[in-house]
Design a protein around this ligand. Structure first.
Ligand code: AGP
Length: 614
């Protein structure tokens, strides 16, 4: 999704904005641009492709100023090109704008504006906004008032920033619906704007988040906030606990690599302060779900997308085992259109790393309208999902930059274990002894995860060497590890572009077995749990048809080692914790294969870190 950065203050604005865009590269984009003010004139530089192209353009044709806006574009209307890149400028050249989102009624607006004599220079939907603003400025409105009037006419979800040569110290920003966030960063005598916290984290940790249908008027001395109907609004400041280092790659080759290997620490952070490892008692103050509210819950529905949806499928096993509450899991994009049967006795859990996934947010709104109680498991502090929920369990992993989600996935599994234990303790379905054994297993989890992540613990190089040229993989799992097979397939396909399918192992004989041959490796999760024997027979069925088996197995399991072609081991642990360990080899297998194939690990083609368009 598009990235947005803005700055106004005494320092060199273009540099600050460009560096901010670099920290948003993970969001996925296909062109970029910056605009600043110099000598009373707006200066714009835009380039198709990677930020390096814009960097070369800025080196050849530098533009400097003390106020600037910048944008990385993920094309929706209008191909990726220099002329379609943001910022877009009006006919007078005095107003420029960047935007995230889609102007759903742009065609009628464009025709009306052209009929009034406005000349368009791009094929984008975005450009209609800057011409609308131009129209109201020409009628004598301030930039903010002209923006307010223009925003009232556009349909769809948007994040917008305006800059005008008529008001050289002012940025105007607005959030309409869920097209990604607009965050105001508070500096000393300087102000920042961003669609994502990492873009400005090195400059300030004091952030203010725009809500839906709010706008900010920003000068170096500070911001003022208004609703779109022009009423002044009071906003609170959030101190972001993330440090800038955590948003940097450090010595790792890729953000994804860093985030995979830091999971022992991130799991520790996720657990911190939430469970008494002696008694097993779970405390989730931010969940805002007192025992009385727990007693009202008759069923749960988890809504999420992508990796977060697979996390919800694992969480179903955890929460049903611990709290004996039925849990239905649905994709956000499906839930919102199926007139779901939820009411005040339904607890709806949204799982979303970014907190801005538009399908998940829409599902949350649908649940809200039907009277459900809304809680969310979120990583990005101040995100929309956190703000519209009745309660939240933060993942506490620090910023996850790699497009392929890894540490957020394991954190969301830990959070669901904590939620299940919390509900079980409140409902009396979880015996004290079981709470204590789960707590003990959780206490050991970071060390066990660290062991799996140790160099040399498993041999991924050989697997990458032997299978980097394969075009198809099948991933099989059963029970609580079936969703881990789905996640393993997703990790592989999204960063290596190898076609991969995750399947319930029991379903192989109902179709996929027809695919088995020596060209398609089959990854099977064959840990020693209640379906172990079935998985052993699965491996034999694949081998009997000339297939190749890469098995995930417990340490020291000689039976699997004798039957499979390759083995990725994990330590033994509590059955509900095993999936958290089993996903680690899946992440590393995908990573090593993608590196061997020379893929763009942190910005896979066509993908975005936060999908804020439908
Ligand atoms: C995961 O690796 C993908 N990047 C994608 O499926 C992601 O999980 C999905 O878009 C949901 O994102 P969210 O957790 O931020 O809502």
């Amino acid at each position: 999704m598009c990235g947005i950065v803005g700055y106004v203050g005494p320092r060199e604005a273009t540099t600050i904005v460009f560096e901010g865009l670099r920290r948003l590269e993970y969001r996925g984009y296909d062109s970029a641009g910056v605009a600043t003010l110099r000598g009373g004139r707006i200066l714009v530089r835009r380039a198709e492709g990677k930020l390096s192209n814009l960097e070369h353009l800025l080196a050849d044709q530098p533009i400097n100023g003390h106020i600037a806006i910048g944008h990385t574009r993920w094309a929706t209307h209008g191909a990726p090109s220099q002329r379609n890149a943001h910022p877009h400028t009006d006919c007078t050249g005095e107003i420029t704008l960047i935007q995230n989102g889609i102007v759903e009624n742009f065609l009628s607006l464009r025709q009306a504006l052209q009929a009034e004599g406005h000349v368009f220079s791009s094929e984008t939907d975005t450009e209609v906004i800057v011409h609308l603003v131009e129209k109201y400025v020409a009628q004598g409105c301030s930039l903010a008032e002209a923006g307010r009037r223009a925003f009232a006419q556009i349909k769809g979800a948007h994040a917008i920033v305006l800059l005008s040569s008529r008001e050289p110290d002012t940025l105007v920003a607005a959030r309409l619906g869920n097209a990604g966030g607009v965050t105001v960063g508070l500096g000393e005598g300087e102000m920042f704007l961003a669609s994502d916290i990492p873009a400005i984290l090195e400059h300030t940790r004091r952030m203010i988040f725009l809500e839906d249908r709010q706008m900010a008027v920003i000068t170096p001395t500070g911001p003022q906030f208004f609703s779109l109907d022009g009423q002044a609004v009071e906003k609170s400041v959030t101190e972001i606990p993330w440090d800038p280092i955590s948003a940097a790659k450090g010595t790792y080759r890729h953000f994804m690599q860093k985030e995979i290997y830091e999971q022992a620490r991130s799991i520790t952070d996720t657990l911190r302060g939430r469970i008494d490892f002696e008694t097993g008692v779970v405390t989730l103050d931010e969940l805002n779900l007192p025992p009385k509210a727990v007693s009202q819950i008759k069923e749960m529905v988890t809504v999420a997308c992508g990796t977060s949806a697979y996390s919800g499928l694992v969480g179903k096993f955890m929460i049903e085992a611990l709290a004996r509450v039925p849990v239905e899991v649905d994709y956000g994009s499906e839930f919102r259109y199926r007139d779901p049967i939820v009411d005040q006795h339904t607890l709806v859990l949204a799982i979303t790393q970014s907190g801005e996934t538009v399908d998940t947010l829409a599902a949350m709104e649908e649940a809200r309208q039907k009277g459900a109680r809304l809680v969310s498991i979120v990583n990005v502090i101040g995100s929309m999902a956190q703000r519209i929920s009745d309660g939240v369990i933060l993942m506490h992993t620090g910023p996850e930059i790699g497009v392929a989600s890894t540490k957020a996935f394991s954190a969301s599994l830990v959070d669901q274990l904590l939620l299940g234990a919390y509900l079980g303790q409140a409902r009396g379905t979880l015996a004290d002894q079981d709470s204590r054994s789960l707590a003990q297993a959780l206490a050991e989890l970071p060390e066990l995860a660290g062991r799996v992540l140790q160099d040399g613990y498993n041999d991924y190089e050989t697997l990458a060497h032997d299978f980097h040229d394969r075009e198809h993989f099948l991933f099989l799992g059963r029970g609580i590890n079936y969703p881990i097979a789905l996640e393993g397939a997703l990790k592989l396909k999204e960063i290596s572009y190898i076609h991969a399918e995750g399947y319930p192992a029991g379903e192989m004989k109902h179709g996929p077995i027809a695919l088995i041959d020596e060209s398609m490796p089959v990854v099977t999760i064959a840990v020693q749990d209640n379906v172990y024997d079935k998985m052993i027979s699965q491996i034999e069925q694949v081998k009997a048809r000339g297939g190749i088996v890469i098995a995930v197995a417990h340490e020291g399991d000689q039976v699997v080692r004798d039957k499979a072609d390759y083995v990725l081991t994990i330590p033994r642990s509590h059955p509900l914790i095993t999936p958290i360990l089993a996903v680690l080899p899946m992440q590393l297998l995908a990573y090593y294969l993608a590196v061997r194939r020379g893929c763009d690990i942190d910005q896979p083609r066509n993908l975005a870190k936060s999908v804020t368009v439908e």
